[in-house]
Design a protein around this ligand. Sequence first.
Ligand SMILES: [Zn+2]
Length: 547
Amino acid sequence: MHSRLLFYSFLVSGVLFSTDGIAQKKLDRKAVKQLKTDISYLASDALEGRRTGTAGERKAADYIEKRYKEIGIAPYRSQYKLPFHFVYGKEISPNTQIRLANTPIHFPEDGFPLPFSGNKKIHSEVIPEVMEAGNIWMVPLYNDKDEAENPHFEAEKTMYNKAKDAMTNGATGILFYDSYGSKYAPDFNGQSLNETINFPVAFLTFNGYQKYVHNQNNTISLDLDINIKKSERTGTNLAAYIDNHAPYTVILGAHYDHLGYGEDGNSLYAGKDKQIHNGADDNASGTAALLEVSQWIKKHKLHKYNYLFVNFSGEELGLFGSKAFVKDEHVDSAQVAYMINMDMVGRLNDSTHVLEIGGVGTSPAWSEIFAKQDKNFKLIFDSSGVGPSDHTSFYHAGIPVLFFFTGTHKDYHKPSDDADKINYPGEVKVLHYVYHIVDEMENKPKPKYLVTKQTSVGKVNFKVTLGIMPDYTFQDGGVRVDGVSENKPAKRAGIQEGDIIIQLGTYKVQGMQSYMEALAHFNKGDKTFVTVLRDKQKMEIPLEFDK
Ligand SMILES: [Zn+2]
């Protein structure tokens, strides 16, 4: 996890409900059963990992809608489902064609254009491995069998560098081919961080090579007509609403999307085979928790605020659902009292009892609330309103937030995050705690908003930090700075909101991934240069990391 200011709570006993103990135990058993039912379904293989925009995501959305209907909470708008559109990664436009001997090849089994290819239409008569200026070059990807059999061979990087060289040497385009049938041959990588080059680049698989190239003694007629575009996707949020005609609304949220088969490059699974990432803790646990707590709020008739329950999609790709919700629904900090986010609340450790709570610095009201401790947990607080989940979108809209999280674990973002590993009684304890806060807030005025120091970069460990909030939605090369933290290296160096970081030291930054990789190279106290684009002007800014 990211660096953070931690302080540990000391525990005193407290009673959550005045309800008699036996009746409470019965209700808790009921809650455990319901959480099991919800999580087991949401994290089942039938939903194929609930990847945003897939049939699995839609099945999960149907289920959540059905549950709100059962509980008896109305939709926020005319319907529960609120679709949103966003751009993520790249794809091959349908009008793209690669023709060999005037025959269009089949994508992707025979070959495909590369994600960094320029959009161009060119024709050549080519002879493999003859590299003439003014012609398309057709060259092997692997120089020898060893390269083809090396699992660490970086195919995309190799092709990117060779393509740039070929362009410099007068080629009009380049087609790589696999003449060995490598087990590690590349796929089309929509999340490629390589910048687009103004030059058509394509790859012929072993299959395509055998069909079109292997037995050719003459020149081959080759047409590259390539069109790579940004990939537009649609996700679906859901929102249910208890309207008490109160002046202010409380928003409770949890994302329900997950990684699918890991196609978006956000899996931590090391294997090459495609496996379903069930995402039981991340975040079927929060989804089920939200449904359960909505039922409690309804049953106990909390009424000083209106209550809005939002199930987000697109979280795993960069908080797209919560950002869209804030924007599309014109979420107004003047009308929203506070927002509570639950992401990964199913793995309470029965020996450490750690419950992490983020956002406690976003309102003075929270220090009052958390001054009273709870016997069930060892609470770890993070003051920042910015974190690796959807509350960040509401914090940026000027709304006090809280983020509940039972901690990361070895199954995080792996196919092994399964329903049988959830601590169901532990999750019910977390739910009581969350409900208790909501209940206590009923008797308090709308909490004031505070801007917090930003300590989070994401769920990654670094020795150093720049102290910027990156814009996770920015897709045009580099990392756009959304905010700069006080008293941190970036601020001291004079980096400003809106700057686009394109290089850290000698490391090129093409997006979030290369930014994080670049950051990992630095140690405390290192001095370097940050290259940024400010109003399209390139600037090199000297920077010193904290000691
Ligand atoms: Zn996740």
